[in-house]
Design a protein around this ligand. Sequence first.
Ligand code: AMP
Ligand code: MG
Length: 337
Amino acid sequence: MNTLILNENQIDIAAKIIKNGGLVAMPTETVYGLAANALDGEAVSKIYAAKGRPSDNPLIVHVASVEDIYPLVTEFCDKAKKLIESFCPGPLTIVFPKSDVIPKEISGGLDTVAIRFPSNEIACKLIRAAGVPLAAPSANISGSPSPTACEHVKRDLFGKIDAIIDGGRCSVGVESTVITLANPEKPVLLRPGGITLEMLQSVIGNVEVDPAVLNPLAKTAKAASPGMKYKHYSPKAKVILVKGNDKAFYDFVNSQNKDDCAALCYDEDTEHITVPYVTYGSKSNYETQAKKLFTALRRIDDRGFKTVYGRCPETDGIGLAVYNRLIRAAGFEVIEL
Ligand code: AMP
Ligand code: MG
């Protein structure tokens, strides 16, 4: 298949592809999404085929106005209203009880649907021009680091999808926060992201954190968010997270074999490290860590490292989202110094 590379002035071409049941990768503020008409089950199943995504991992539906959510859900509780007023458009996905217009291909057999109203202008223009909600998971091969630039999408999906709209780098850099309001009495954070746990709690009070955010899912347990059970975000190199203070981390990595390992570290660490390194943002600025993490994971493979020792990020604010992605990239392997 020939994949068109479009710019932001060619949204009409992308919208036509969507209306004809095709696939378009679009920029959003979180990561690039692989979009299809969410109301067309056949178009949606092409997303799973292009990504190699397991069919029980449900997709997020993207809309460009709050009113467009109503036909897709059967209940719109007060907490949803408050969260939407505070954080939408933006990097927040809410799980609702789904209405009958949602094809089974989207919801992976669940009776709920995840919905997001992105703030990225190009994404919103495409949704409006297509005239339908768009189902859009991250535009990468399943399991690999999420795409935060057009070249990442090209590398994973060129020749497998109809078009990519180049919208530059993504401003947040990690996927959206996912919260379920399927039971409005008990909101649960399923995936941390740009809208932090602290921000959610300031608007709707108590929000539980699903155990799968921080821990591996027991083999027999059922995932509240099926995406959580899969190995994710992983470069080909073996990633191991290392917990410890600055000096302990430097001593540890500097004692490793320089020839085949690297450190995945903060910008401030580089002058103390004698093995090769890739940085993922500033120690004190979690936003930069989120923005750079996936590019750093892809760079690790470009440079052909076999083993990478990653500094373990803090878990407050957007740090929780960075930690959640890195611990999965590491398959939950952690060394405590
Ligand atoms: P991605 O599309 O790659 O950003 O992944 C979407 C994430 O949202 C996955 O972790 C899914 O498991 C989660 N998700 C999507 N729909 C639902 C739903 N109805 N209930 C719970 N989690 C969902
Ligand atoms: Mg994904």
